[in-house]
Design a protein. Structure first.
Length: 286
């Protein structure tokens, strides 16, 4: 068990990759660290985890405790690196059957993996984890399931989404919900509240105002977080070591997303916090 006064810390690694720890238990969401170039992704060239870059990135981010990785869905920018991170640090890979097939392709054992379903609950140290099935943001380029072990290198288009999930982490210090994709299922979060919301905004700025308002109402208006931290807004085709920059306009309109969030923040008074690469925060102190 964590010490009574141990603070939960969250370190951001771009996209929706967030590392949570209370000093005793360590949990990663997605753990996508290799970040192949956009030119390689646009050409659908083979990509694979860069083991040395992953090792260096984990060291720079002070990730040395790992009990679990929870993968939001099986696209490369969420799932590709997770088996390698497990191989380096240990812990268990939690995800859909498609995510587990990425793990199998990387030679993880069945004991190192756990399939997840909507409504599942897990306990890891002082963290309780609830699984919520979700929807990928509109415009899913690679829908479908991965039905056999997927071995890297593989094309980006081989990483089919396999179903999407969001995660609520409850700790004695408070609650954190990671909503990786900018989409909603009406009524999904009825009765759910959270202190901290890692709020997926990928492609939100390129959608119309009606979509943004519906997304907001079905998530933030229901859960009423005290702190909102946007995720999946950065250009994941650039190395983390360069720092984070917004997705280019041909992929998303991050300027429009910022305007929307700034307007909502002024109306509702929550804390809006943009987190940089490798930045560690104590979210319950914000």
């Amino acid at each position: 068990m964590a010490e009574q006064n141990a603070k939960v810390q969250c370190t951001f690694f771009g996209t929706s990759s967030v590392y949570l720890t209370d000093g005793v238990t360590g949990i990663f969401i997605d753990a996508f660290l290799t970040r192949p170039s956009l030119s390689k992704l646009k050409a659908n060239e083979d990509i694979s985890p860069d083991a040395e870059l992953i090792r260096e990135t984990l060291q720079r981010g002070h990730v040395n405790i790992l009990d679990a990785i929870f993968v939001a869905h099986s696209h490369f920018d969420h799932a590709m690196d997770s088996p390698e991170v497990i191989s380096q640090l240990g812990g268990k890979l939690f995800g859909s059957e498609s995510t587990l097939n990425i793990g199998r392709g990387a030679n993880l054992s069945e004991e190192q993996m756990q399939v997840i379903h909507d409504g599942d609950d897990f306990v890891l140290g002082d963290f309780k984890v609830r699984i919520f099935e979700g929807e990928h943001s509109p415009g899913n380029l690679f829908p479908g399931t991965i039905d056999a072990p997927l071995k890297a290198p593989a094309k980006p288009s081989a990483y089919l989404d396999g179903g999407c999930y969001n995660f609520l982490f409850t700790h004695p210090s408070g609650s954190i919900l990671v909503l990786a994709s900018a989409n909603y299922t009406p009524g999904k979060f009825a009765g759910v509240s959270t202190d901290i919301l890692y709020f997926g905004i990928g492609t939100m700025g390129s959608k119309d105002e009606e979509f943004r308002q519906n997304y907001w109402q079905e998530t933030v208006e229901i859960m009423r977080p005290k702190v909102i931290i946007p995720v999946h807004w950065d250009n994941f085709g650039e190395p983390l070591a360069k720092g984070l920059e917004p997705l280019p306009d041909f992929i998303d309109n991050i300027t429009e997303s910022k305007k929307f969030l700034d307007k909502k923040q002024k109306e509702a008074g929550f804390v809006l916090r943009w987190q940089d690469a490798f930045e560690t925060i104590c979210p319950f102190d914000l």
